[in-house]
Design a protein around this ligand. Structure first.
Ligand SMILES: [Cu+2]
Length: 295
């Protein structure tokens, strides 16, 4: 464990007391869901260790940005007030000041090095998909997602958005899908992301995932999910007229529930069509299916 990891571990354990209390409180409530909220001001609550680190880094950068901005604003105000023509009629003819010039070169370099000390380990950590507990494959399509479970019998299924007129109690408009991407909590999950047609992006804000789905190429990302519940994300690469209608819904469950689901899913999807045939997609509020006649 290097210095940076220790720092985050200490910060996390300092918060654990509060989290434990919140978990006890939440246990009585229905399963939690991570989704955008009206008038949301900040990032979604982090629910993977990677996203936690991203949020810490984001907050740290915000403090730094504020400090730099306030410092520059202070300097400007001081100059405007102290050295205006009225208060300073005979300006000094100074053109160079070695100490100042060294300072305004060295200070920004120092700040960039400090940022790098935190951002580079985070970048490398996000990229480190080795030693994953399980691998799943995500395929972006116009306009739905297909999921494959190569470690669990290689079954596959598609997930379509629930259209507005079919939304049931508890489902979310533009976010709920007919099939969820079911994943176990507390495991390192490697996600292989690709596309069968155009660029899409697999984005899951609460888990710190946003990666392009590129046809003919496989991108990787990983996350671990800290607690059971529903996690919602959306395609984040403009991919055509159905772009807004291909959400991602992850249902995080315990390992035991996941194992039971896998047994059931292998039966249910045994006969699923493995071919990359484009299917007609009904987009919410549209009478005609998108891509009608385009087979
Ligand atoms: Cu898309």
């Amino acid at each position: 464990m290097n210095l940076i990891e220790k720092f985050y571990a200490a910060k996390r354990s300092a918060r654990l007391g509060g989290i434990a209390a919140a978990v006890v409180l939440l246990a009585a409530l229905p399963a939690m869901a991570q989704q955008p909220k009206p008038w949301q001001m900040n990032l979604q609550e982090p629910h993977s260790s990677l996203m936690e680190q991203m949020v810490e880094f984001h907050d740290f950068l915000l403090y730094m940005i504020f400090a730099v901005s306030l410092f520059v604003l202070g300097l400007m105000l001081y100059t405007i007030l102290r050295f205006n023509e009225k208060r300073n009629p005979n300006p000094s003819k100074t053109t160079h000041n070695t100490l100042l010039e060294v300072m305004w070169s060295v200070l920004p370099i120092f700040l960039l090095v400090v940022i790098g000390l935190f951002s580079l380990p985070l970048l490398y950590r996000a990229d480190d998909t080795v030693n994953a507990d399980l691998t799943i494959k995500v395929i972006g399509r116009q306009w739905y997602w297909s999921y494959e479970y190569p470690d669990h019998g290689d079954f596959t299924f598609d997930a379509f958005m629930i259209p507005d007129d079919e939304i049931k109690e508890g489902q979310l408009r533009l976010l709920s899908t007919d099939e969820n991407l079911v994943l176990p909590v507390g495991k390192k999950i490697r996600v292989l992301v690709t596309s069968s047609d155009v660029l899409h992006a697999f984005a899951m804000p609460a888990l710190g995932s946003k990666i392009d789905a590129v046809p003919g190429r496989t991108n990787e990302i990983w996350f671990d999910i800290d607690e059971p519940g529903m996690y919602y994300g959306q395609c984040s690469e403009l991919c055509g007229s159905g772009h807004a209608f291909m959400p991602i819904a992850i249902q995080a469950v315990t390992q035991t529930e996941f194992d039971a689901w896998v047994v059931d899913a292998r039966k249910r999807y045994a006969g699923a069509d493995q071919e990359l045939t484009p299917r007609l997609v009904r987009v919410a509020r549209n009478d005609a299916p998108v891509g009608a006649g385009v087979r």
